[in-house]
Design a protein around this ligand. Structure first.
Ligand code: GLY
Length: 392
C-alpha cells in the first residue's frame, strides 16, 4: 500500500457542482471530507450549464424524478442564502419564472397537456395567450401562439455557484485536491479501503463517485481478484455516457428578455450581467468537447424562433459541455449493493445544477446515518446480478 496522503471519514471523487455540494453537506454534518478532482473543480458540465432551475417547465408527469427536482428547486433559496452568508458570493438566484412557448399546433398540444396535468396536481402554472405572453416579454416572436408561465421555476448563475462552493469548502475545512487523478479505487474483501491518486493514497470510511460523464471510467482494483465477466456489472459501476450540449453566449445590453424562455426546441437564458445564453444540442459525440457549425446553426435557428431580435446581438462566446446520462435516464444515487461503503451521485444528465442541493442532503443523510431517505429509493444503484467473485 502506498503512503497515506490523507485519511478522511468520506472521500468524494469528482469536483463538479454535485460533488462539491455533497462535500459541503457532509462537512456540515461534522464529517472530515476529502475531495479529489482530476482537473479544476467545476470546470466541466457545471461550467457549461445554463443554470435553469426549471422542473415544471420540462416535466410531462409526476414521478419520483419530478418530486426530487421540485424539492431541489425549492431548496435553492435557503441554499443561496447560506452560501452568501458563508462566502459573500451571490449565486444570482432568479425566481422571475420561466415561459414555455408554443409556435405550432404540436407545441400547443404539448403545453395543453402539461397545463392540464400540472393544474390537476395543483402546481403553480398559468396559461397565457399570445397577447399575454408578448405583454410579459415584448421581444417574443409574433409567431408565438400560447405559453405557459411557471412562476416558481427560474435560474442560477452556475459559475458563481461553483465559486461559492469552492470557497465554502475552505470555510468547512474540506481538503480539496485538484489536478489529482483517481487512479484506482481499491476494494478488499468487498469494501473500499482507499483510492490511489496521483498524489498518494487516500483512505476513508466511505467513498462517493461523483465524476459526471466520466463516472463509469473510474478504475477499480479488487482483492481477491474479480471475475472478469463482471466488468460491466451495473451494481458496481452504473453506465454513464456523455451527451454533449453546445451553448452560445450573446451580449444583450439592455436585456432582451426578463424570463428564461423555452420552446420545445431550445432556450434563452438572460443573465444579470447582460449576457444571454442560447442552448442547446443533445449529441452522442463521445468525450469530444467541440462547438460545431451544425450546433451553431441549430441553436441559432431555435433562438431566432423564440426572439427574432437575437439576430442583432453580438456573439460573445460559444462552448460545449458533457451531460452525464445514465441508462435509466434518471440519476443513480445511493450505495452500491455490492460494495456497501461505495456511493454513487451520478447521471444527473440535464439537471445537475438543479438537483445538487437536494441530492447532497439526501446522500449525506444516507452516508452519515445509514438510513436511506425514502426519496432516494427510486434512484438506487442496480441490485447485483450475481456474486462478484470467482468461486474457489
Ligand atoms: N439543462 C439544460 C440542458 O441540459 O440543456
Amino acid at each position: 500500500m502506498r503512503e497515506f496522503v490523507e485519511r478522511a471519514d468520506v472521500c468524494v471523487v469528482g469536483g463538479g457542482v454535485v460533488g462539491l455540494t455533497l462535500a459541503r453537506a457532509l462537512a456540515r454534518r461534522k464529517r472530515h471530507v476529502v475531495l479529489v478532482e482530476r482537473g479544476a473543480c467545476g470546470a466541466e458540465a457545471s461550467w457549461a450549464a445554463g443554470g435553469m432551475l426549471a422542473p415544471q417547465s420540462e416535466a410531462d408527469a409526476s414521478d419520483p424524478f419530478f418530486a426530487l427536482a421540485c424539492a431541489s428547486r425549492d431548496a435553492y433559496p435557503a441554499f443561496a442564502a447560506a452560501l452568501l452568508a458563508e462566502t459573500g458570493v451571490d449565486i444570482e438566484l432568479d425566481r422571475t419564472g420561466t415561459l414555455y412557448l408554443a409556435f405550432d399546433e404540436q407545441d400547443e398540444a404539448e403545453i395543453e397537456r402539461r397545463y392540464a396535468w400540472q393544474t390537476s396536481a395543483e402546481l403553480a402554472v398559468e396559461y397565457l395567450t399570445a397577447t399575454q405572453a408578448r405583454a410579459l416579454e415584448p421581444q417574443l416572436s409574433t409567431r408565438v401562439r400560447a405559453a405557459l408561465l411557471f412562476p416558481r421555476d427560474g435560474q442560477v448563475e452556475n459559475r458563481r455557484l461553483v465559486a461559492a462552493l469552492k470557497r465554502t469548502l475552505e470555510v468547512y475545512g474540506v481538503r480539496v485536491f485538484e489536478q489529482t487523478q483517481a487512479e484506482a479505487l481499491r476494494v478488499e474483501r468487498g469494501r473500499i479501503v482507499g483510492i490511489e491518486t496521483a498524489r498518494g493514497f487516500v483512505g476513508a470510511d466511505a467513498f462517493v463517485i461523483a465524476c459526471g460523464a466520466w463516472s463509469s471510467l473510474v478504475p477499480f482494483e479488487f482483492t481477491p481478484a474479480r471475475d472478469e465477466s463482471h466488468m460491466n456489472d451495473e451494481s458496481i459501476v452504473p453506465t454513464v455516457e456523455p451527451v454533449r450540449g453546445q451553448m452560445l453566449c450573446f451580449a444583450a445590453r439592455p436585456a432582451l428578455t426578463q424570463h428564461v424562455l423555452y420552446s420545445p426546441r431550445g432556450y434563452l437564458v438572460p443573465r444579470r450581467d447582460g449576457r444571454m445564453l442560447a442552448g442547446s444540442t443533445s449529441e452522442r459525440a463521445g468525450f469530444t468537447r467541440a462547438v460545431t457549425a451544425a450546433g451553431l446553426q441549430a441553436i441559432t435557428t431555435h433562438a431566432l424562433e423564440i426572439a427574432p431580435a437575437v439576430a442583432d446581438l453580438p456573439l460573445l462566446d460559444a462552448w460545449s459541455g458533457l451531460r452525464p446520462h445514465a441508462a435509466s435516464d434518471w440519476p443513480v444515487l445511493g450505495a452500491s449493493s455490492e460494495v456497501p461503503n461505495l456511493f454513487y451521485a451520478v447521471g444527473h444528465y440535464r439537471n445537475g445544477i438543479l438537483l445538487a442541493p437536494h441530492t447532497a442532503d439526501l446522500l449525506a443523510e444516507l452516508i452519515v446515518t445509514h438510513n436511506m431517505p425514502r426519496a432516494l429509493a427510486p434512484f438506487a444503484p442496480a441490485p447485483p446480478r450475481r456474486s462478484l467473485y470467482s468461486v474457489g
